[in-house]
Design a protein. Sequence first.
Length: 75
Amino acid sequence: MCSVHDTVEFEKRGVPATVFLTQIFRNSAITQFRNKGMDGHPYIELPHPVSNLTPAQMHELTLEHVGEMVRQLTD
């Protein structure tokens, strides 16, 4: 998952980062974070799939996680 790799690289440079992923990729993300030395790094999990959502539904879904994203980036 490139998004996990990017998140790790940002964090190593002191830039807070998180990743949005769907439930099906949870175990992969956890393993990749662990393998890259960031075991337990937070992420934001969305239901799977999201490809069937309309743009309006996707917008609504992501808005539900804005607070969580802000917490992860500022803690």
